[in-house]
Design a protein around this ligand. Structure first.
Ligand code: FES
Ligand code: FE2
Length: 353
C-alpha cells in the first residue's frame, strides 16, 4: 500500500485519537498516512506513538505491553522507550545503539491527541489549530469517530458544499430540498490555507435534527452556517438558529440557539480516512439528552454522506482517469484543492532541496 508518491502533507499536525481511546493501558493500532502506528498512554500520563512493527521480527507492537512509559514487544520481549530506542533485550547484555523503531511527536490539546508525521525538528505545538469551544464549559458535546473507505479529499469536498444538505440530508440535517434552490453562499473568503463560506436560509422550518432538541418546534427560524476549512482537512462549522425576522443578520442574537462543530480528517491511506468530530451546543447544557440526540442525528447524517463518498471512491478506483466537471457551487472546494496542492508542492520542493 505505502508508496513514495507525494500525496500527503507530512509537516503538519493531524488528529490521531480521542483521549478516551487510550484509557487503561490500551494500545491502539492505527495507520496514519500509510504508516502503521501504535498509540498508548504511558504510566506518567504521556501519550506515545511508535511504529507498530517491532524492529526484530516485525511483530505488531500493538500486541505488546505497556511498562511505565515503555512498550514491551510480547513476541521475544524487547522493550522500547518512548523515543523508539530499544532499551532491553531479554538474555542479551549489549544493545546495539541503532536498534529501535520510529517515534512520532505527540501533543494533547483540548481533548484531542495530535501527531506530527513529518520532520520532528519542525513539530512546533504552536502550529496546532486552536478550537476554543472544545475547552469552554459553555459548550457541550460528545466526541465521535467514523471510518471512511475513501480518500479524505472526497470528505473535504462534501463539507465544502452546503448545497448537498438539501438532497443528501433532506430528512435529517437539511430539512428541505428548497435549501439548495433558495440559498446561496453570501460570501466565500479565500484563505491562504483554505476558505470560509457563509450561507443564510431565512424564514424556514427548523431542520429535523434541531427540531428534536427544542420545545418551539413549529416556529420559523433564520439559519446561518459559516464553514471554515483548513489544510490538511480540518473543518469548523458555526451554526445559528435565530427566531425568524429577529434581525440575526444584523447581529441580534436574542433567542438564538447556536452550534459549533469541528471535524478532523486524518488520512489513513490514500483511499481511507479517520474522521473525528464533535457537535457542540450552548443551550440547555444541563440536559445531557441534547448532546446525545445531536450525536445520534450527526451519526445518521454522516452515514448518509458516507454512502455517497464511499461510492465516489469505488467509482474512482474503477476509472482513476475520470475528470470531474465543476459548477459554480464548487468555488470553495476548488480553492481548497488549489491551496492544498500549493502547500504539497512547497513541502516536496523543500524536501528535495
Ligand atoms: S519480534 Fe519483537 S521482540 Fe522479536
Ligand atoms: Fe453531509
Amino acid at each position: 500500500m505505502a508508496s513514495t508518491d507525494p500525496i500527503f502533507l507530512k509537516n503538519c499536525w493531524y488528529v490521531a485519537a480521542w483521549p478516551h481511546e487510550l484509557i487503561d493501558g490500551k494500545r491502539v493500532a492505527r495507520t496514519i498516512l500509510e504508516k502503521p502506528l501504535v498509540l498508548y498512554r504511558g504510566e506518567s500520563g504521556r501519550v506515545v506513538a511508535l511504529d507498530d512493527r517491532c524492529c526484530h521480527r516485525a511483530a505488531p507492537l500493538s500486541l505488546g505491553r505497556v511498562e511505565g512509559d515503555n512498550l514491551r514487544c510480547m513476541y521475544h520481549g524487547m522493550m522500547f522507550a518512548p523515543s523508539g530506542k530499544c532499551i532491553q533485550i531479554p538474555g542479551q547484555e549489549v544493545i546495539p545503539p541503532k536498534l529501535g523503531v520510529g517515534s512520532y511527536p505527540i501533543v494533547e490539546k483540548d481533548q484531542l491527541v495530535w501527531i506530527w508525521m513529518g520532520d520532528p525538528a519542525l513539530a512546533d505545538p504552536a502550529l496546532i489549530i486552536d478550537y476554543p469551544p472544545l475547552r469552554d464549559p459553555a459548550w457541550r458535546g460528545l466526541p465521535g469517530y467514523l471510518h471512511y473507505d475513501a480518500n479524505w479529499l472526497y470528505i473535504v469536498d462534501n463539507l465544502s458544499d452546503f448545497a448537498h444538505l438539501a438532497f443528501v440530508h433532506t430528512h435529517t440535517l437539511g430539512g428541505s430540498e428548497e435549501y439548495a434552490f433558495k440559498t446561496k453562499p453570501v460570501a466565500i473568503e479565500r484563505l491562504a490555507d483554505g476558505f470560509c463560506v457563509e450561507r443564510w436560509n431565512m424564514d424556514s422550518d427548523p431542520p429535523p435534527y434541531h427540531r428534536k432538541v427544542i420545545a418551539n418546534k413549529k416556529d420559523k427560524v433564520d439559519r446561518r452556517n459559516i464553514g471554515r476549512m483548513h489544510v490538511p482537512g480540518i473543518f469548523f462549522l458555526e451554526t445559528t438558529f435565530a427566531p425568524a425576522g429577529s434581525g440575526a443578520e444584523r447581529g441580534n442574537l436574542a433567542g438564538a440557539r447556536e452550534y459549533r462543530n469541528c471535524q478532523f480528517m486524518t488520512p489513513e491511506t490514500r483511499r481511507s480516512t479517520h474522521f473525528f468530530w464533535n457537535y457542540l451546543h450552548n443551550f440547555d447544557t444541563d440536559n445531557p439528552n441534547i448532546a446525545l440526540s445531536l450525536y445520534e442525528s450527526m451519526c445518521e447524517g454522516f452515514n448518509e454522506d458516507k454512502a455517497f463518498i464511499e461510492g465516489q471512491q469505488k467509482l474512482h478506483d474503477l476509472d482513476p482517469e475520470f475528470k470531474m466537471l465543476a459548477i459554480g457551487a464548487d468555488a470553495a472546494l476548488s480553492h481548497f484543492r488549489w491551496t492544498f496542492n500549493q502547500r504539497l508542492a512547497r513541502e516536496q520542493a523543500a524536501a528535495t532541496a
